[in-house]
Every structure is written in structure tokens, then in C-alpha cells.
Design a protein around this ligand. Structure first.
Ligand code: G3H
Ligand code: 13P
Ligand code: ZN
Length: 288
């Protein structure tokens, strides 16, 4: 993973299609990732088949990744099902247990040519049905973790938060100093930023103008998040912004067309908003 990529969470055909089309139209490679919740919702065979279908329609590379794998078994299942990479999230374990688990996943994955993302430190917010609390990545642990696990990329905690309700105040702090230190210690290890939705206020305004009620949701601007690329970040994860965009599109369509009941119409409207948001992010983060 030496070139920068955005990673988008997917749970259905509409998201896969919208994101893939946006990437293809702008000519950039992207990562589509599935969480445990996405796997439970869609079923592993559907995910793999839909991603393969998406790949067959475009020229750009599409990587399929497991997001927040909680244990060896789910990582193995995804590796065996044909995923290109998996994340083993041992961030809530003591360091030595995180190392042992990540190493075990790496040993299995590497035999099959699959890449592994690990995590050190803990990212705040709601993630995969559990609530995390902030624990900045300790740069002092990074070299040991990287050397002993042979991990291919590392998710770091520098102040980003999962979900739409990230911060209580605007302009929250991002610890670029920690990121810089980590990057200096392991300059060849690609770093990953989770919780990188900006919580797009325009999408929230549309949701709220059409019967929704989302209050107090705040994020960090895309421009500020993009600065992390200067310090080794090669993968930036986005889920919440696409959920907001999809909901905005569906709500707006249904409000404007109260007698319409063809799902293709309102899901299509959601898909169009997701595609527009993805295109905008690609322009900002890839500079195309
Ligand atoms: O970091 C977690 C992602 O946003 C996935 O969320 O578990 O609701 O699919 P999910
Ligand atoms: P957001 O909730 O900020 O979109 O983060 C998604 C994420 O980190 C998925 O792993
Ligand atoms: Zn995450």
C-alpha cells in the first residue's frame, strides 16, 4: 500500500456502485471495506460477488478490505473468501497480546498474499457496535509492534473519532505531532486514519429539512484531514459521511415525492448523493 487511497465502508449494492463509479470517472484506485456488521447484513458471498462485479465494470483497481476484524477467525474467513487485505483490531488488548494476535493474522495472511492492517492506541467513538475511548498511539510502542508483527500498515490514534458525533466543539485538535513522530520512526510503514468523516453539515441540513433530527454532529474539515498525507498516511477511512449523504438523498426524494413507492427512485437519489460526496472527497484527498 504505497500509494494513497481512500477507503469507504460499504453495506449494499447502492454504496458499492456509487463509490465505484465515482472512482472510475475520476480515474483513481480505492478501497471498499466491510465491517463485521456489513458482513452480517450482506453475507460474505454477496459482498465478494458484488465487489467482483464492480471490478468487472471499471478500469481502476478496487481493493476489498475487512474493517475492524475483531479476532483471528473473522480475518481467516475473509482471507479465505478472497479479500485483498484485513484489519486485525487488537487495540483494546495489552500491547503484548495485540502483538501476538496481529502476528498470528499476519503469518496466515502473508502465506496467502493478503495484507494486514493493525492498530495501536484506541480511536474514540462508535465503531462496529462497540464504543471506544480515546487513547493516543504511543510512538514508543510503534517500532516493537511493527518489527514483531510484520504488519503491512498501521492504524493510529491521533484524535480522530468514529461516527457522526465526534466532537463537542468546532476545530478539534488533531495530534499531527504524534503522527510525525510515528512516521519518522517507521517511514516505510503506511499509516491509516480511521474516523475520518468530516460530518458534512450540508448533508445534515438536508436530512433535518426533510423530517430528520440530527443535532450536535461535528467533524474535522477534509482539508485538515488531508494534511496527514504529509506524514505517511496512505489510507483514510470514511463511513459516516456516506451514510449522511445517502440518508439526505433518500429523505429529500421521499419528501418531494410523497406518492412514490418505487425503491429504485429513492435509493437512486441516495446513490446520486453518495457519488457526489465521494467525487468531492477524491478531488480533495487525491488532488485530481
Ligand atoms: O469503524 C466502523 C465503521 O464505521 C463500520 O461501522 O460497524 O456500523 O458497520 P458498522
Ligand atoms: P467515520 O465514522 O468517521 O466515517 O469513520 C469510519 C471508519 O473509521 C471505518 O473504519
Ligand atoms: Zn474505523
Amino acid at each position: 500500500m504505497n500509494e494513497f487511497k481512500l477507503a469507504f465502508n460499504v453495506n449494499n449494492l447502492e454504496f458499492i456502485k456509487a463509490i465505484t463509479e465515482a472512482a472510475d470517472e475520476l480515474g483513481v484506485p480505492i478501497i471498499l471495506q466491510a465491517s463485521k456488521g456489513a458482513i452480517r447484513y450482506m453475507g460474505l458471498p454477496y459482498i465478494v460477488a458484488l465487489i467482483n462485479s464492480a471490478r468487472s465494470q471499471v478500469k481502476v483497481p478496487i481493493t476489498l478490505h475487512l474493517d475492524h476484524g475483531a479476532n483471528f477467525e473473522i480475518c481467516k474467513e475473509c482471507i479465505d473468501a478472497g479479500f485483498d487485505s484485513v484489519m486485525i483490531d487488537g487495540s483494546d488488548l495489552p500491547l503484548n497480546e495485540n502483538i501476538a494476535l496481529t502476528k498470528k493474522v499476519c503469518e496466515y495472511a502473508h502465506l496467502k498474499g493478503v495484507k494486514v492492517e493493525g492498530e495501536l492506541g484506541a480511536i474514540d467513538g462508535i465503531e462496529d457496535e462497540k464504543s471506544g475511548s480515546l487513547n493516543y498511539t504511543d510512538p514508543a510502542e510503534v517500532l516493537k509492534f511493527a518489527n514483531e508483527t510484520r504488519v503491512d500498515s498501521l492504524a493510529v490514534s491521533i484524535g480522530t473519532v468514529h461516527g457522526a458525533f465526534k466532537y463537542k466543539t468546532e476545530n478539534p485538535e488533531l495530534r499531527l505531532d504524534i503522527l510525525k513522530k510515528i512516521n519518522e520512526l517507521v517511514p516505510d510503514l503506511p499509516l491509516v486514519l480511521h474516523g475520518a468523516s468530516s460530518v458534512l453539515q450540508n448533508e445534515i441540513a438536508i436530512i433535518n429539512a426533510n423530517g430528520g433530527e440530527i443535532k450536535g454532529a461535528l467533524g474535522i474539515s477534509e482539508e485538515k484531514l488531508a494534511e496527514t498525507k504529509k506524514f505517511g498516511v496512505k489510507k483514510i477511512n470514511i463511513d459516516s459521511d456516506l451514510r449522511l449523504a445517502f440518508t439526505a438523498g433518500v429523505r429529500e426524494y421521499i419528501s418531494a415525492n410523497p406518492s412514490e413507492f418505487d425503491p429504485r427512485k429513492y435509493l437512486g437519489a441516495g446513490m446520486a448523493r453518495v457519488k457526489a460526496v465521494v467525487k468531492n472527497k477524491i478531488k480533495i484527498f487525491y488532488g485530481v
